[in-house]
Ligand binder design. Structure first.
Ligand code: GLN
Length: 240
């Protein structure tokens, strides 16, 4: 029997990809295979043609300088990304790319990096870096564990849904206990780590949404997650 295919697109793997973010793409590839799909993985770099057939989009974190390098290209592909987001394409954007999916990121020198407004949120560089292990509680996904390192403080608009509530760590801004944002099937979060190996429930959500959108039904396979469970337990016990 020929396998159904899923295409995963990674945005800016050279500029926006730190603290293990690449592990998110690897996890999606592996889990989609374990659920019975054939996976095609495409890197999207500045200047590339945007592929016509994409099922899941991933973006990682980076330095402010990395964000500066991709900003113009991101504006160029914004209409495509906005249209895919509105039509339910699942996406995961970590840290620096999360910031650029909002209205703007204002850097410590006052420069405005305009975002692509998929998220109703804005980010302002803050006086100190928020660094360390994080636990958040999410209605949709249960406990989520990860690691943050950012100075940008993100404020999400009233009416937007955070990914979760901070149990340990700073989250969006260190002030209002919110962490991340979810809009349609697009998730933004500060959690590196990598996020998905330790939080397979989020990986399977992205895969499920992609499969439902493309093929109409999804029958998950049973995946042995005892290593992921162990990693979660240990992550929860780590000091901040
Ligand atoms: N430059 C951003 C900040 O520090 C993003 C950092 C990151 O992606 N880890 O806020």
């Amino acid at each position: 029997m020929t396998k159904l295919r899923l295409t995963i697109l990674q945005l800016y793997p050279d500029e926006m990809n730190i603290y293990g973010d690449w592990g998110n793409t690897l996890t999606l590839i592996k889990r989609a295979e374990w659920h019975g799909f054939e996976v095609q993985h495409i890197d999207y770099n500045p200047g590339d043609d945007f592929p016509s057939d994409v099922d899941i989009i991933i973006g990682g974190g980076g330095q402010d300088s990395g964000q500066l390098k991709v900003r113009d290209d991101l504006q160029k592909i914004a209409p495509k990304l906005q249209q895919l987001a509105a039509s339910g394409t699942p996406m995961l954007m970590i840290c620096g790319m999360y910031q650029l999916f909002g209205r703007f990121f204002k850097t410590s020198t006052g420069e405005i990096l305009e975002g692509i407004e998929i998220f109703n949120a804005e980010t302002h560089a803050g006086p100190e870096r928020m660094i360390g292990n994080v636990i958040i509680e999410s209605k949709k996904f249960g406990d989520i564990v990860g690691y943050e390192n950012h100075s940008g403080q993100t404020f999400i608009d009233h009416g937007s849904t955070p990914l979760g509530r901070v149990v340990r760590g700073a989250g969006n801004n260190g002030k209002d206990e919110s962490e991340g944002l979810i809009e349609n099937n697009v998730i933004g979060t500060y959690l590196h780590g990598s996020l998905l190996p330790k939080n397979p429930q989020i990986a399977d959500f992205l895969i499920e949404q992609a499969v439902l959108k493309k093929y109409g039904e999804f029958t998950p396979k049973i995946v042995d997650d005892h290593f992921a469970e162990k990693a979660r337990e240990i992550a929860k016990k780590r000091p901040r």
